[in-house]
Design a protein around this ligand. Structure first.
Ligand code: IMP
Ligand code: MG
Length: 180
């Protein structure tokens, strides 16, 4: 599709399919929490676009907050360690929390975040991940809401980056790098 220097992008999930699926996930959340308020927590920065589309399709009272973690460093390889770079602005005690992530890969990030957030006594803690790469899982974490299961490919777009680039692509694309 597009080449930037020698990096190559190929569409994996089209924007129309993403929009349709995000609306379905939002409907599911609306049904599951009927009559209640939902507090969405986005994991920066990857989840910001998914969260903003998701929240606009949830027909309930909502509030949002963000956390920032780093685990991947600048490239494609995970360092295997998770660091909390930005904490929540407000307490989640007694709230219906949906933790919103761009992608569930090894599970290291979400298992860390789930552990941290459980200690803060939300009423309910659920996970919504736009993408799920089950073949790469190291930690036993399951998302309650999954947009798409994808194969073991490195993807960018719709919030996901490679070295901070490509987050603005409207489609989710497989990124291929030239051999080193
Ligand atoms: P995990 O901790 O291995 O589950 O990885 C979660 C984080 O790694 C995600 O929030 C992403 O930031 C990043 N990540 C994992 N796979 C990809 C990918 O294919 N493209 C871009 N980022 C990824
Ligand atoms: Mg992320």
């Amino acid at each position: 599709m597009v080449s930037r220097s020698t990096e190559h992008l190929k569409i994996l999930i089209r924007r129309t399919a993403i929009q349709k699926r995000v609306r379905e996930v939002a409907r599911q959340i609306t049904r599951d929490f009927r009559g209640e308020r939902v507090h969405l927590i986005g994991v920066l920065k990857g989840a910001c676009i998914f969260l903003s589309d998701l929240v606009r399709n949830i027909e309930l009272e909502t509030s949002i907050d963000f956390m920032a973690v780093s685990s991947y460093g600048k490239g494609k390889q995970s360092s295997g360690q998770v660091r909390l770079n930005k904490d929540l602005d407000s307490s989640i005690q007694g709230l219906n929390v949906v933790l919103v992530e761009d992608i569930l890969d090894t599970g290291l990030t979400l298992s860390y975040l789930v552990r941290v957030l459980h200690q803060r006594k939300p009423k309910v803690l659920r996970i919504a991940a736009l993408l799920d790469k089950p073949s790469r899982r190291i930690k036993d974490v399951k998302a309650d809401y999954v947009g798409f299961q994808i194969p073991n490919e490195f993807v960018v777009g719709y919030g996901l980056d490679y070295a901070e680039r490509y987050r603005n692509l409207k489609d989710v694309c497989v990124l291929t790098l030239p051999p080193e």
